[in-house]
Design a protein around this ligand. Structure first.
Ligand code: BJW
Length: 225
């Protein structure tokens, strides 16, 4: 079991050039994330939702991990299984920096989910072309991400880790979205020391034992050092 659990959010990728959701640059074509990240939005207007994820997939190819992702990968090299990164992000910047113990609780941009058989498949090509599912053959693929009202991935493993870690660190998340926003209280209830690293105080900042505010690209390497 990991001694250290690090929860990351959009703020850790901000300095790589990936827009966050709730800061000033968080709108996409005038939509709030709540307009495009729901199963209802996909039912209503699948092409718009697919375009949102196609645009983010294209943008992902142009960005690189920043010092915060690299510092977490370096920490994993030093402590191995004692570190678990739980990310709300659907980008692959932790993996590209070298992290291997990463749970993508809100899914992955580079994966597709079959609505017919629930098989998860590495993404290939623009899904607006409606390729069939390689598992069941149905032409019913959607982005493999967790929308509002859906259950995040691997919750059992995450809750086990929160219940047994010694340190819980939250990086670059606004604390506006549950269940991730509640992890600090869960970890703390089980005796972990808790630390927030965020540009500004998050909505749940007061739940942490300690909070440091500034850019993740500076705070995370300083914490890891
Ligand atoms: C920097 C920085 C720099 C900037 N350095 N920092 C009422 C009350 C409580 C809960 C609910 C409620 N009504 C509904 C709910 C539940 C709902 C919810 O939380 N809604 C809220 C709006 C209230 N949650 C759900 O529906 C979830 N499912 C669920 O609860 O199922 C039930 C269940 C759970 C568990 C077990 C069993 C059952 C699902 C939530 C899915 C969220 N999906 C999205 C989209 C994913 C795909 C995609 O990416 O498109 O996930 S929404 C979006 O928000 C995305 C993110 O992962 C998530 C969190 O955002 P994040 O990462 O915090 O980003 P920001 O932009 O908000 O914040 C960035 C922060 O970084 C800011 O603070 C900046 O200051 C900072 N920052 N630059 C450091 N350089």
């Amino acid at each position: 079991m990991a001694r250290i659990v690090v929860l990351t959010g959009a703020g850790i990728s901000a300095e790589s050039g990936v827009p966050t959701f709730r800061d000033a640059d968080g709108l996409w074509e005038g939509h709030h994330v709540e307009d495009v990240a729901t199963p209802e939005a996909f039912e209503r207007d699948p092409d718009t939702v697919q375009r949102f994820y196609d645009a983010r997939r294209a943008a992902l190819a142009l960005v690189e991990p920043n010092p915060a992702h690299k510092a977490l990968a370096e920490l994993e090299r030093a402590v191995g299984d004692d570190l678990l990164v739980v990310t709300q992000n659907i980008d692959d910047l932790h993996e590209r920096a070298g992290s291997t113990r990463v749970i993508h609780m809100h899914g992955e941009l580079l994966s597709a989910l079959c609505r017919a058989c629930r098989r998860r498949t590495p993404f290939s090509g623009a899904m607006v072309d409606h390729p069939p599912c390689p598992g069941c053959g149905a032409s019913d693929l959607r982005p493999d991400v967790v929308w509002f009202g859906e259950i995040p991935y691997r919750m059992e493993e995450i809750l086990d880790a929160l219940g047994s870690c010694e340190q819980f660190v939250s990086v670059g998340t606004s604390g506006a979205v549950y269940p991730a926003a509640g992890f600090v209280q869960q970890a703390r209830a089980y005796g972990a020391r808790t630390l927030e690293l965020n540009l500004v105080p998050s909505e749940g900042s007061f739940f942490f034992d300690e909070a440091r505010h500034g850019p993740a690209g500076e705070l995370v390497p300083a914490w890891v050092a």
